[in-house]
Design a protein around this ligand. Structure first.
Ligand code: ISL
Ligand code: CA
Length: 569
């Protein structure tokens, strides 16, 4: 009885984010104001009216903090300063102010599972006598092994970026843990000093005016027992994500963060959680007892992964996707989920799930948007998704910049796979697909920069760009704008219960949303061929089409990649 009373928290005063749409900016690729080929904060400042026009409520800004840029800023060496590449703290203050003037909130990326190896905390920690030694995960070599030799790592864990998750440091003869690159050592959250340092830093940003955090791989902060896991065949290492996800102290650490930083502040807190489960996600986001507004989970974006993961992907499995949507929509209960197809780690959705040929590119971009934005949850629009930007035609090793892609490539080559066998999978799955420069107009470098950019502009920028779409009321951009507007205006879209119809149909995604008396029917053809609608649908022929991709000439047939949202009455 008493334990229930103690653990119950007051419901949040304001869950404004339940009707919000988030726009993600990857600063390096958004807009370059000073002509060095890399996007920056002043570049963002010059495009805020574009975001207003789209109608988004929140900007999530990927990391702009001081960083050696080993993983494009996800390796931070100073949490309380801005990398000169991107600008200054004054620029961020200006960004907060100008976004707020437009009624848009700013969410910063919180990367605290690891720091950069160039962070002063880690530099100090390298000294075995340092009071900060225990701020990271230092361990002696495996018993009976010569330190620094293959197989001497304390456990057989593989890093997300390929190779062992342990790095030998000759200075002390010990290894440190890095679940990502060796320049991203994992912080030891077991140490209360680490937690206090992180919470103080978060409060400092909140005082500066930011409206919340997107928390990078936050379900990895509590580590399991450091022991060998099952080997991934042929690698000599264990790459099993579930081994390191959702450690036993995670709820406690998040609870403490809520108590000491987030509570009562009317924020949005998003937990990026690779490998988490629906049951856990529902608990982390429970309005009474959970610490977070919403999770950002990975089940659906892994559905097309092949046996060795994302670089060996299959065609998008629509039936499995629909099954997954149904499970999450129902199972999240009172909790809350993020809705996304794209971000800076995922290939472009039009190329992955849609049809990026000139004939169907726009219709499939719109229909994917409809399928996603008509669900319950908080939709995320990743820069350029609202234009239907596509994957890049990568052809050679030298075309890639991403550390994950290159790590995988080098491991495959070491294992004897010929380059030409690896490249097609990399081209489809690489995170660089999302990171090509934003296509603003049909001019030089797509209007992104005056100089040659850090990653090549997609050659289709002359056909796909913001300037052309803003003046075309039928563009993908305006379709997104209408979907966002509909969410703001319509309780059925915000809160309605989702029921999937014809779950086994591979060609159609059909569902209803119901809230009180209101009901919407979503009809989407996810193929490039016309499809006749099945018998047994709710009567909709004479109903209002709220948002559609085509002029309706036959209510019973959807053209290739046609979709309609119909208000049933
Ligand atoms: O998507 C992924 C699964 O293969 C990985 O690319 C990704 O690293 C993982 O989802 C975690 O992502 C986050 O943390 C990483 C950073 O590289 C990603 O950009 C970030 O979104 C380490 O900070
Ligand atoms: Ca720049």
């Amino acid at each position: 009885m008493t334990s229930i009373v103690h653990s119950a928290r007051a419901a949040r005063p304001d869950d404004w984010w339940r009707s919000a749409v988030v726009y993600q900016i990857y600063p390096r690729s958004f807009a370059d104001a000073n002509g060095d080929g890399i996007g920056d904060i002043k570049g963002i400042l010059s495009h805020l009216d574009y975001l207003s026009m789209l109608g988004v409520d929140v900007v999530w800004l990927s990391p702009v903090f001081r960083s050696p840029q080993d993983d494009n800023g996800y390796d931070i060496s100073d949490y309380q300063d801005i990398d000169p590449l991107f600008g200054t703290l004054d620029d961020v203050d200006k960004l907060i102010e100008e976004l707020h003037d437009r009624g848009i909130k700013l969410v910063m990326d919180l990367v605290v599972n690891h720091t950069s190896d160039e962070h002063p905390w880690f530099e100090s920690s390298r000294d075995p006598q340092s009071p900060k030694r225990d701020w990271y995960w230092w361990r002696p070599p495996r018993e009976g092994h010569e330190p620094g030799t293959p197989g001497a790592e304390p456990t057989n864990w593989g890093s997300f970026f390929s190779g062992p998750a342990w790095q030998y440091d000759p200075r002390s003869g010990e290894y440190y843990l890095h679940l990502f690159s060796r320049k991203q050592p994992d912080l030891n959250w077991e140490n209360p000093e680490v937690r206090t340092a992180v919470f103080d830093m978060m409060s400092w940003w909140l005082e500066r005016g930011v409206d919340g955090f997107r928390m990078d791989v936050i379900n990895l902060i509590s580590k399991p027992v450091l022991a060998d896991g099952p080997e991934t065949p042929g690698t000599g290492l264990c790459y099993d994500l579930s081994l390191v996800a959702d450690g036993h102290r995670l709820t406690e650490f998040l609870g403490e963060m809520h108590e000491r930083v987030l509570k009562g502040r009317n924020l949005i807190s998003v937990g990026e959680m690779p490998g988490t489960t629906l049951e856990k996600a529902a608990r982390y986001t429970d309005p009474q007892t959970g610490a977070l507004s919403m999770v950002f989970q990975f089940e659906h974006v892994m559905l097309d992964n092949g046996p060795t993961g994302r670089f060996d992907s299959k065609p998008w499995p629509w039936v499995e996707y629909k099954e997954n949507v149904t499970r999450w929509q129902k199972g999240i209960g009172q909790g809350w989920n993020s809705l996304y197809f794209e971000n800076h780690d995922q290939p472009r959705s039009v190329s992955r799930m849609g049809d990026d040929s000139p004939r169907f590119r726009e219709a499939s971009a719109k229909t994917l948007a409809t399928v996603l934005h008509m669900q319950r949850g908080t939709p995320y629009v990743y820069q350029g998704e609202e234009l239907g930007m596509t994957n890049y035609p990568f052809e050679a090793e030298g075309d890639f910049r991403d550390i994950e892609t290159l790590g995988y490539l080098h491991q495959a080559l070491r294992m004897g796979t010929p380059l030409e066998d690896v490249l097609p999978g990399l081209a489809r799955g690489s995170r660089d697909n999302a990171r090509t420069p934003m296509q603003w107009d049909s001019g030089v470098n797509a209007g992104f920069s005056e100089t040659g950019p850090w990653l090549a502009v997609n050659p289709n920028a002359a056909e796909i760009n913001a300037a052309a779409q803003l003046v075309d009321p039928d563009s993908v951009f305006h379709h997104y704008r209408r979907l966002i507007q509909l969410r703001h205006d319509d309780k059925v879209v915000q809160l309605g219960e989702l029921e999937m119809l014809f779950p086994d149909d591979e060609r159609l995604v059909i569902f209803t949303r119901t809230w009180g008396e209101g009901q919407l029917l979503v009809l989407a053809n996810v193929t490039s061929e016309p499809v006749r609608l099945p018998l047994g649908l709710p009567d909709h022929g004479a109903c209002e089409v709220v948002i559609g991709t085509h002029e309706v000439d036959d209510v019973d047939v959807l053209a290739g990649w046609e979709s309609r949202v119909v208000r049933l009455s």
